[in-house]
Ligand binder design. Structure first.
Ligand SMILES: [Zn+2]
Length: 141
């Protein structure tokens, strides 16, 4: 990955993260970002499944602080629509972070966050569809 590609991806991911951070009510949180030129470690138990890790969140939820580590080589391969879903997913991790305390196994959190992300995306799709139907109805009338 060239420096130019790295910088383009850094700007791209920050723009998308800032968008979802604000839309999801996390504007008052302090975020920091770690842009990794290498891949990220996969959480215990997931490497055996052949999973990879594009982003990882660490949170000091009691202080409303979150650090997001990003694998920049993987970012280069991530389409825009997928990036939106991933950013929403990571922000959901931030929202539920305090529920993780003391839990070594994050599979339950991953399922909850995955379903919340799907629900958010279905709501946005439904709202967009409703707007299109409304506009279509106006055009016919
Ligand atoms: Zn996750």
């Amino acid at each position: 990955m060239t420096d130019r590609e790295f910088e383009a991806q850094r700007k791209r991911v920050r723009r998308e993260m800032n968008k979802w951070r604000n839309l999801m009510g996390l504007g008052s949180w302090a975020f920091s970002y770690v842009y990794c030129r290498e891949g990220l470690d996969v959480p215990d138990g997931y490497a055996a499944e052949g999973r990879t890790c594009l982003m990882r969140v660490n949170s000091a939820w009691e202080y409303c602080e979150a650090e997001i580590a990003i694998s920049m080589p993987m970012m280069l391969e991530t389409p825009d629509e997928e990036l939106s879903r991933i950013c929403i997913h990571e922000m959901m991790h931030v929202l539920v972070a305090e529920l993780r305390e003391g839990a070594d196994d994050i599979r339950h959190e991953e399922r909850v966050v995955t379903m919340l992300t799907k629900a958010a995306m279905w709501m946005m799709e439904g709202a967009a569809l409703g707007e299109r139907k409304k506009l279509k109805g106006k055009a016919v009338a």
